[in-house]
Design a protein around this ligand. Structure first.
Ligand SMILES: [Zn+2]
Length: 311
């Protein structure tokens, strides 16, 4: 298959690899066992007795079925012992699929995608886009230097405890550089990650790079990238305003991602040194009104630098 759906092709290649790996492993184990005469004999005996039992039950034959069942039980115990002596168990004989629902194919016979598909797509997409989450700070390192900051810290902890939030979903952190905006967003992101929520944390510069890749991607790869940016439980865009502004790319795609997240009720956090007026001038009034919807809270940071108090 030659096409330029690089992400989707990689997703299905990964499924195929997972499937082959687990099936080959089970195949090798079965082959290895079949070289053992005792194993083969035991397997044959169990099969033979099972057939005798089935036949007797079906035709109502007057033989001692209970005795046969007892014998079969004994043979099964022998089988278990044999497996144990080779450091194996019954579950090693069948493929141990990564996803037991779709047996690592990613979809079902009726064409529906399996629920593991999005995770796999995200893994591949993150690799393709070279997204790696930076080392994030945690609330333990968040030492407030005044009561206002302490109140904010408690609010952020509440936000993570009540996640996904019902009313205020999105947070816009504004303020001068070095006032703890990125640090606070990082604490929230790491806490939610620890609670097993899917979080994508991107600098605005990295997001700009992704938009460029998106711009030239195939239709299905575009869908994959868009879905990655819009479907995670939380998206953090750090330092909005530091990315180069590319015509027909930055504002358009940024607005599309934020609008889709609002539609899907998927929270986002934006940190920025820009004022609301500067945001309006740089990204349009439409964008500003999206990020300042009734589901968003703007928090302005001032005062000491939380980063300096990390240790
Ligand atoms: Zn699956």
């Amino acid at each position: 298959m030659i096409n330029n759906d690089r992400i989707l092709n990689a997703v299905f290649a990964l499924y195929e690899k997972r499937k082959n790996d687990s099936e080959n492993k089970a195949y090798e184990i079965n082959n290895f066992l079949n070289t053992d005469k005792n194993w083969e004999q035991n397997r044959y005996q169990i099969k033979d007795i099972s057939m005798q039992i089935a036949k007797a039950e079906y035709f109502g034959e007057s033989i001692n079925i209970e005795a046969l069942k007892e014998k079969r039980e004994f043979l099964k115990q022998e089988r278990a012992k044999l497996l144990k002596s080779k450091n194996l168990s019954e579950s090693d004989l069948a493929p141990n699929y990564h996803c037991k629902k779709c047996n690592d194919s990613g979809y079902f016979e009726n064409g529906k995608l399996c629920e593991c598909f999005f995770d796999t797509l995200s893994t591949v997409c993150e690799g393709f886009l070279n997204i790696s989450t930076p080392v994030l700070p945690s609330f333990e390192k968040y030492i407030s230097c005044n009561p206002t900051q302490e109140k904010l810290k408690q609010k952020f902890i509440e936000y993570t405890n009540a996640f996904p939030p019902k009313n205020i979903k999105n947070l816009i952190f504004t303020g001068a550089p070095g006032t703890g905006k990125s640090f606070s967003a990082g604490c929230i992101a790491s806490e939610l990650k620890a609670k097993k929520h899917s979080v994508i944390y991107l600098t605005a510069v990295k997001l700009g790079d992704i938009f460029l890749t998106y711009h030239t991607a195939s239709v299905s790869d575009k869908q994959a990238i868009f879905s990655l940016l819009t479907s995670s439980d939380l998206l953090v865009i750090d330092d909005l305003g530091t990315e180069p502004l590319l015509k027909n790319v930055t504002v358009e795609y940024l607005t599309a991602v934020i609008s889709e997240r609002l539609n899907l009720s998927k929270p986002f956090i934006i940190t920025t040194n820009l004022s609301m007026d500067e945001i309006k001038n740089r990204y349009t009034e439409r964008f500003l009104s999206r990020i300042s919807s009734s589901e968003s809270a703007r928090i302005s940071f001032s005062g000491c630098d939380l980063r300096q108090k990390k240790n």
